[in-house]
Design a protein around this ligand. Structure first.
Ligand SMILES: [Zn+2]
Length: 409
């Protein structure tokens, strides 16, 4: 472990400024199985630095990627809700219908960070030959159960070379969703993309939009697995340094506000798309440290409201639980020091999380059914980005539950 001392995008060393310090946090996507409860939790300082040269934001503390994805079974499955599945089914259709290129049945599609293989399968259903790449053995086992083709490991230039040798040709489409922001060596990733992507091929990546996180004051989007926090400005810089440019950018509500970037080699002719977003990013003063002081003050007020509500409920004898054992819930729980002493349980729909415990706060993860017959519990919706369907589901199980969505009052 150490500090990241240079910007992962522009490689500048001297202009990194710490803008956010959330204290000590465990890995947010690592949940603890019962048999490992006696082991201590590892915590690392969760801080963000801003590169004053290119505007990129990244976590300061380096946690070894093998610690992040291999030491424990990685628990996040990208098809973990109906909402998520709908998003990825639509994604496969929209991306392959994209006007910028015409894919033919049988064409190769490579997905970086293929997770449980759900999206690979969707591309396969549309008639493409899809290969996934993912470092997590647990996820690769799930993908194999779906019958999708997966190469195990971290995608980088070396892996791109071996895939190229295997395929015998470059590929017209590489996709990476909520992956580029997890990558330690962005330069090696981009060298790999350039190696494997056909000359007229398109690289599509989707990730949470830092502008949205800042505007909505959602600091729980910050955790160690999210190494980078991209804007269109910083994404454009990274692509430019590798001879690529942005064809278009689309915004969507996934993960509380994401951008989908379509990039190709030398796409200089097609730039009007992101101009509005670039203007929004400029207007939001994302290079000013004052912006982040305001963000933290707002988040502290919001978190303080939740803690007040929870303590009040507990004081009055009302039991308290949380809904949604997402990574963001772990940032929230560790930041507010709400743990198993006061939170009875946290519910989640994922079979890969139920039966485990949240890291450091050690709250048992149960299914939503745990709310049945529990009377008037207070339930804090930690997966606020899908609060609508979650609230409906919990109310069906137990109409007496009092739901509280942080930030909504
Ligand atoms: Zn930079």
């Amino acid at each position: 472990m150490g500090w990241r001392t240079h910007c992962l995008v522009c490689l500048g060393e001297s202009k990194l400024k710490t803008i956010i310090d959330l204290g000590m946090h465990p890995l947010a996507d690592t949940f603890i199985p019962k048999e490992r409860l006696s082991e201590p939790d590892k915590l690392w300082p969760l801080m963000c630095d801003l590169c004053l040269t290119c505007g990129h934001v990244q976590t300061r503390c380096e946690v070894d990627p093998s610690e992040r994805y291999l030491a424990h079974e990685y628990s996040y499955t990208s098809s973990n809700s109906e909402y998520a599945r709908g998003h990825w089914v639509q994604y496969a259709k929209e991306v392959t219908d994209f006007d910028g290129f015409k894919l033919k049945p049988g064409d190769l599609v490579v997905e970086l960070g293929s997770n449980d293989g759900f999206l690979c399968e969707e591309f396969d259903k549309l008639g493409f030959t899809t290969w996934g790449v993912d470092p997590s053995p647990a996820m690769n086992r799930l993908a194999a159960l779906r019958g999708t083709r997966v190469r195990s490991g971290f995608f980088n230039h070396l892996m791109a070379c071996t895939l190229l040798e295997q395929f015998g040709r470059r590929v017209p489409l590489i996709v990476a969703n909520n992956v580029v922001n997890h990558v330690e060596d962005l330069q090696d990733l981009m060298r790999g993309v350039r190696e494997l992507l056909a000359k007229d091929g398109v690289f599509v990546f989707e990730l949470p939009h830092w502008l949205r996180t800042v505007q909505d004051g959602r600091i729980d989007q910050i955790y160690h697995e999210h190494v980078s926090y991209f804007t269109v400005t910083s994404a454009r810089m990274l692509l430019w340094l590798h001879g690529m440019s942005i064809l278009k950018v689309e915004e969507n509500p996934y993960h509380g506000g994401s951008i989908r970037v379509f990039a190709k080699e030398d796409a200089t002719a097609a730039l009007p798309g992101p101009v509005d977003i670039l203007k929004d990013e400029y207007a939001a003063c994302l290079l000013s440290t004052d912006t982040y002081e305001t963000l933290i003050a707002r988040a502290d007020r919001q978190m303080g409201d939740v803690v007040d509500k929870v303590l009040q409920a507990s004081h009055e004898g009302q039991r308290v639980a949380c809904i949604g054992a997402a990574a963001k819930a772990n940032t929230f729980l560790n930041y507010t020091f709400l743990d198993s002493r006061i939170i009875d349980f946290i519910t989640d729909a994922s079979e890969h999380k139920i039966g485990k415990y949240t890291p450091a706060t050690r709250i048992p993860i149960l299914s939503d059914e745990a709310f049945r017959d529990k009377g008037n519990m207070l339930a804090v919706v930690t997966s606020w980005n899908i609060s609508g369907p979650l609230e409906k589901k919990i109310k069906e199980i137990n109409p007496d539950v009092e739901l509280y969505v942080p930030g909504k009052g």
